[in-house]
Design a protein around this ligand. Sequence first.
Ligand code: ADP
Ligand code: 5GP
Length: 220
Amino acid sequence: MPDLAEQDDRRPLAEAAQRARLVPPPIAEVLVITGPSGVGKGTLIRALRERVSGLELSISATTRAPRLGERDGHDYHFLSHDEFDRRLAAGEFLEHATYAGNRYGTLNSELERVRVKPDARALVLEIELQGSRQVRRALPGALQVFIAPPSTEALRARLEGRGADTGEQIEERLAVAGRELEARSEFEHVIENDRLERAVGALVELIASIWGPKPRGASQ
Ligand code: ADP
Ligand code: 5GP
């Protein structure tokens, strides 16, 4: 039997409204992980997904050049500035931001990709501060978590240890981080990524407390 939404002749209107961001796209849960670059968001999310199943990663679009080993369509959708602008003008982004000279954004199609995927419980967005503020307005029901470093020195050490950026890029990221850290009070949920295991545990507990004691697909 066809899905009710498919029978609904108002569907084109609903889709147009979504494109115009008048109504949020339908999806069960959205988890936003934000915090300064190098704080360990990616590492935490990888560990979280080993503990809780059904968490689908949103693949962002960016104009930044791929790092060694990064693959188009897997780590990011790598776009030219022109293509990014074209998609922005076409209303394809849920949120977008300029960060350290490059554009980043979440495509609405990511929500749709996960919405129709069997066993997907939530879409996980790993995004910077400006984007998380836009998602707060567009999807007020999304669970937003700010990841904080134990100290600025630890953040610098992690950025240097990751070995992905030049000295100049690290300084640029640390300058942005200073401003981002001032915004932690905007967030109801803040987790300090001191020891990875402890921080992952705190994230698992938080998700359980918000989405129910035993979320569908939780493997623990
Ligand atoms: P982000 O995604 O926030 O930019 P990453 O996940 O790439 O950050 O982590 C940056 C670096 O910090 C990586 O080299 C990672 O291994 C390291 N790292 C992450 N969490 C911790 C932690 N709790 N303690 C020490 N190092 C960590
Ligand atoms: P990186 O260049 O290290 O991959 O990412 C730089 C920053 O951009 C990180 O803080 C990362 O979380 C953020 N970022 C990645 N994808 C997106 C996105 O789709 N939207 C926004 N607003 N930020 C993103």
